[in-house]
Design a protein around this ligand. Sequence first.
Ligand SMILES: [Zn+2]
Length: 226
Amino acid sequence: MLCDCHSHKISENKICLCSLNFKEWKKNQLLKNNFTKCSYGIHPCYLDKNEIDNLYSLLKSNPEKIDAIGEIGLDYFNNTLIETKKLQKFFFEMQLDFAIEFNKPIIIHCRKAVNDILYFSSKLKKISSVIFHEYWGTVVEANYLLKRGVNAFFSFGSSILKGRKKSIECVKHFSLDFLFAETDSPFQNTKLIDVYNEISKLKNMSLEIVEKNIENNFNNVFSVHL
Ligand SMILES: [Zn+2]
């Protein structure tokens, strides 16, 4: 079965459905099916103190209803975002602590901030799985995390379809054991099967092998017991 490791919209695939706030999380609880895993986290572009409280109380009261914390991270894409650097780090670190306390995997959103993410590697190391959604860094930076003992995974979607060089290098370089595919729907207009086909082409492996490996990763990260 195809697995979409990061989407904001339900589909027929096995997916990790991401909620950016409590309202969305509640709505997604009604939409989810047996193949849906739910993530909820405070995105670096939408920092809201109330949402931190919502997330923490939910983790306390219904930990089984949050399969992952995310997307969380750092985004220095433009000057307005750079101005909130300090606050972004504060929210990010707090949610890393939640992931450690409640033993949840995390989904990371990171643009132009890989170096600052690496700074948190001693905390990342304590987290069961760390998935970089649409990973923007280099092979060297990814290796740095893995060598520090971070159980990191790198997910790709529209970037490889658009031919982004750094992303393509990562897909070629890393074994399927570290890779995920995603749509980030509806923010990106990406078909999951196209991403799978591209990974299979870049790695020169059959679609079946890619599908099987990524599903294994998905099951391991989200502890889906078959
Ligand atoms: Zn997203």
